[in-house]
Design a protein around this ligand. Structure first.
Ligand SMILES: Cc1cc2nc3c(=O)[nH]c(=O)nc-3n(C[C@H](O)[C@H](O)[C@H](O)COP(=O)(O)O)c2cc1C
Length: 346
């Protein structure tokens, strides 16, 4: 094996970091196609022909690069067997939780709801106030409730202040307060999504999560009560996301995370082809545990390779609105066509 620091050789000869002349010399020196001196003579002649027009200085620099290339080409002996005792470090730390080991790329913390903050504050007040009248002296043991700094209390006050001070630009206010990139999770219920997203982008957000699945308690008619079950998603919820991302791709600089209905590698492939940068998983992980990440990653790679994509970058947005031959299929017009062409099976 031979090595050369071609960039340094080129730089020292005054060619900036243009390494093609240096590498050409190395190739002929090692390939044994022509006797080495003859090959070098041809290369120098070709330099004079190619660069002569640019003046003698350019020719001189290239010739210097040729001459010093061979001095800087070093052979590295390769032992017959592996002698290193070092092994590759694990892809993720060994103590990482199992879903990270299984391939999850990031974790999104669950929401902190305003109701939770209020409940916490009320509980503290109750704790203090319930003891006020137990004993006339005991009251002095407790500080006034106002001076309790509860973290979430000041958070809540700030949030409340923002809500009264601002209209939509809560996002901007958040962006100004933090140094991490902010992603905005949207509901599917915006009538002019690209226009709204443009506003979100202008306010400083860096990513979109499409879409939230709202908590939807159902009614249990047998018990005549609200059912408290968590309803997990199915892949049927995905097309709503695909449609939105296909329309937004190339129309926003924001990264897009598909959230809702991604259960299989094929679901993830569809999301990426529509324009998603990442997919988020909740329901399938709740159903199948951390193994879902590994399965889905494998299925996605296999699917993309089978349709001719070697990387996520290549596949991303390949079937977005701008990149499909019949963009109308993504549009509402297609709905009208489908209705006109509908034939009842009865
Ligand atoms: C049990 C459960 C808890 C969730 N908690 C939150 C949450 O705290 N904040 C949030 O924005 N979304 C929450 N979600 C919604 C998910 O982030 C996600 O948008 C939705 O589940 C769609 O993904 P999926 O089809 O993979 O489940 C929750 C979903 C489930 C099922």
């Amino acid at each position: 094996m031979f090595v050369i620091d071609a960039a340094s050789v080129a730089e020292q000869a005054g060619l900036d970091r243009r390494i093609n002349t240096v590498m050409q010399v190395c190739f002929f020196a090692l390939a044994d196609i022509l006797p080495r001196d003859e090959a070098i003579a041809h290369i120098k002649e070709s330099i004079r022909q190619t660069w002569g027009r640019r003046g003698p200085e350019v020719v001189r620099r290239n010739v210097e690069a040729v001459d010093s290339a061979l001095d800087n080409l070093h052979e590295v002996p390769v032992p017959g067997s592996v002698t290193a005792t070092r092994t590759r470090p694990p892809r993720v730390p060994e103590h990482a939780p199992d879903f990270v080991q299984a391939g999850a790329g990031a974790v999104v913390m669950h929401s902190l709801f305003e109701e939770q903050l209020v409940a916490e504050q009320m509980a503290a007040h109750k704790f203090i106030d319930s003891r006020i009248n137990m004993d006339a002296e005991a009251r002095s043991f407790f500080p006034e409730s106002e001076i309790f700094e509860m973290g979430s209390g000041s958070y809540l006050q700030r949030l409340q202040q923002l809500k009264t001070e601002l209209g939509v630009p809560v996002i901007r206010s958040v962006v100004e307060q933090v140094s991490v990139p902010v992603s905005v999770k949207l509901s599917p219920f915006y009538s002019a999504l690209p226009a709204f997203v443009a506003g979100v982008e202008a306010a400083g957000a860096r990513g979109l999560v499409l879409f939230n699945r709202f908590y939807q308690p159902d009614i249990d008619l047998e018990q005549l009560a609200l059912s408290r079950e968590v309803v997990l998603s199915t892949s049927a919820e995905l097309p709503l996301r695909l449609h939105a991302m296909a329309r937004l791709y190339n129309r926003t600089g924001l990264d897009m995370a598909a959230s809702g209905g991604v259960h299989t590698g094929d679901d993830a492939a569809k999301a990426i082809l529509s324009g998603a940068t990442v997919v988020q998983l909740v329901s399938t992980v709740l159903q199948h545990g951390p193994a879902a990440f590994e399965r889905l990653g494998g299925e996605l790679t296999t699917r993309l390779a089978s349709i001719g994509y070697q990387s996520l970058q290549e596949a991303r947005g390949a079937l977005s609105l701008d990149n499909v031959p019949d963009a109308g299929t993504w549009e509402r017009l297609n709905y009208a066509r489908l209705l006109h062409g509908w034939q009842s099976s009865r």
